[in-house]
Design a binder for this molecule. Structure first.
Ligand code: PGA
Length: 247
């Protein structure tokens, strides 16, 4: 099964409107890359600017988070209908910084994935182990638990991002072998949950200190279908260099 590579740029709490506009102009001039699908995840105040700036390009826009409810008294949160209204087609669910900073539970992340689906957004569900969990041999157990909870309500479609927490923003990328082992395990677990044909069509991205120098050997792994890029997605030239490795 050929899976079209998918590359996400997670801007986290970085960039201002002028930077976002300049990024989008760069994409409009240099971004066309039919072999790969790309999506940028700017912070909430930049969503409409980026969605507008990317219009007509090959790039999509997504929210970094989504509330399980469609509206209500939830100060600081962003709902699915608001993401759609801003021009988004994707929503990140369960990024490890949300799990850690906001104590998001596995179950909540499953509810967020369903909220995305209900609103016609594609959830990109993030899972990954801490350094301690890896050291104690619990990696697969953690991935299975997170995956089971996130997919409990059967959102469809979705993409997954394997993001080992020890590799995020640290410069310590998983080796291609470590990444492939985790991705293969995720696909096996996915096969148990949704059947092997559906599992083989799902894109599993790797995230954690991806850059233009390590992207090519990572993407060569059979179960690795793209990247969720943090730091290196802030500069359009570096981001597009990563995208070009995936074509
Ligand atoms: P990083 O972040 O590329 O800066 O390690 C990845 C992510 O958190 O999605």
């Amino acid at each position: 099964m050929t899976r079209r590579p998918l590359i996400g740029g997670n801007w986290k709490m970085h960039l201002l409107r002028a930077d976002a506009e300049a990024f989008c102009r760069h994409v409009q001039e240099h971004g066309a890359h039919p072999a790969a699908e790309c999506v940028l995840f700017p912070s909430a105040p930049l969503l409409a600017t980026v969605a507008r700036g990317l219009a007509g390009s090959d790039f999509a826009c997504g929210g970094q988070d989504i509330h399980p409810d469609d509206k209500g008294a939830h100060t600081g949160d962003v709902s699915g209908p608001q993401l759609v209204d801003a021009g988004c087609s994707w929503a990140l669910c369960g990024h490890s910084e949300r799990r850690q900073d906001h104590r998001e539970s596995d179950q909540l992340i499953g509810e967020k994935a369903l909220a995305a689906e209900r609103n016609g957004l594609k959830p990109m569900i993030c899972i990954g182990e801490t350094a301690d969990e890896r050291k104690s041999g619990a990696t697969f157990e953690v991935l299975d638990r997170q995956l089971n909870a996130a997919l409990a309500g059967r959102p469809e479609p979705f993409a997954l991002a394997y993001e080992p927490i020890w590799a995020i923003g640290t410069g310590e990328t998983a080796t291609p072998e470590i990444a492939q082992k985790a991705h293969a395990r995720i696909r096996d677990t996915l096969a148990d949950l949704i059947g092997s044909e559906a599992a083989s069509s799902k894109r599993i991205l790797y995230g954690g200190s991806v850059n233009p120098d390590n992207a090519a050997e990572l993407i060569a792994q059979p179960d690795l279908d793209g990247f969720l890029v943090g730091g290196a997605s802030l500069d359009p030239e570096r981001f597009l260099a990563i995208v070009r490795c995936c074509g």
